[in-house]
Ligand binder design. Sequence first.
Ligand code: ATP
Ligand code: MG
Length: 249
Amino acid sequence: MYGNEGKVALSAHGLCKSFRLGDGYVEVIKDLSFELTDGAFEAVMGPSGSGKSTLLHLLAGLLTADRGEITIGGESVTAMNDRQLTLFRRRRIGLIFQDFNLIPTLTAEENVALPLLLDKSEREHRARVDELITALGLEKRRRHLPAKLSGGERQRVAIARALAGNPAVVLADEPTGNLDSPAAREFCDLLRQLNRDKGYTILMVSHDPVVAAAAQRVRLLRDGRFMDAFDTGNSAEQVAKHYLAAMGR
Ligand SMILES: Nc1ncnc2c1ncn2[C@@H]1O[C@H](COP(=O)(O)OP(=O)(O)OP(=O)(O)O)[C@@H](O)[C@H]1O
Ligand SMILES: [Mg+2]
């Protein structure tokens, strides 16, 4: 058993998403349903083009589903209008992308502060930024522009920014895709620590068994649905073995 007393942090029911392709449509997400328990750390694996990014974008409200319902932290994301969604995303969803998405003209600490500027008083947001900068070991880098940071440091700034509000869930799409192996390992350790010690709920897409092994569980996306799930035992070998076996079927 893992997670927090079975409380649900995120749920999706009957999710469908198609894209226009030529004269027709290609159905990428097909009636997908699942729940993520509060405090869980899960990874999504699947072949390239299986719809992992599409799913994450739907969950984050960056794409609109054709059908289905998504709730996050007890609130229905699919029922929100654009304005409500923008606010909700900033406050309740932590997003981490492969290419970091930092603003190049802002320093590390300004990037972290960005989601807070509109919601909190100056004093409150300063205290929160200090806390995050310290937690992620960025004290000596706080006044650097992203171009002056290493890949690993940039990704830590991106994590700090994702945690700045009060996220009910952290969604990460191939977060180590632009990192070398030592930085990727460090990133994974950091996510595990944030999940274990601070109780953040995390859903991370990765095709790398070493990275996915940081999660407690892996869900396999295939043909637009979750076909299989297994515990990682935090072992990359175990993840690779399960994944290859499932894909070979
Ligand atoms: N905006 C779009 N318009 C048309 N088709 C799209 C769009 N976005 C994604 N697709 C298609 O949907 C499918 C799933 O794409 P998606 O990016 O979700 O895959 P993925 O699992 O994240 O792949 P990868 O591992 O390569 O990142 C692909 O066939 C892709 O071409
Ligand atoms: Mg993708």
